[in-house]
Design a protein around this ligand. Structure first.
Ligand SMILES: [Zn+2]
Length: 88
């Protein structure tokens, strides 16, 4: 299985690592939290299998969009692996 590196925002990291969306309620208002959760779930569904990556490869600050939810807020990005999709 070929693995591909992706970088995700902390919201996605929590969802991947702990299936934990509680941080959203803390950081956002109720409607925004709901919207972010949908974005994250859509991203995870698109990515399929996701595994936590190497913390040494985490970026403390990056302005690239999150590879999962597409969040464009610059900030920390956490390394994860996804299974590389091969178009047969
Ligand atoms: Zn994200």
């Amino acid at each position: 299985m070929a693995l591909k590196d992706i970088y995700v925002c902390v919201d996605c990291l929590m969802a991947i690592a702990n299936n934990d969306y509680s941080g959203l309620d803390y950081h956002y208002g109720p409607e925004e939290a709901e919207r972010r959760m949908e974005e994250i779930n859509a991203g995870l569904a698109e990515l399929g299998w996701v595994s936590l990556g190497d913390q040494d490869l985490d970026k403390e600050f990056d302005n690239q969009p999150c590879d999962c939810c597409g969040d464009i807020d610059a900030g920390a990005r956490h390394h994860c692996y996804v299974e590389e999709k091969t178009d047969a």
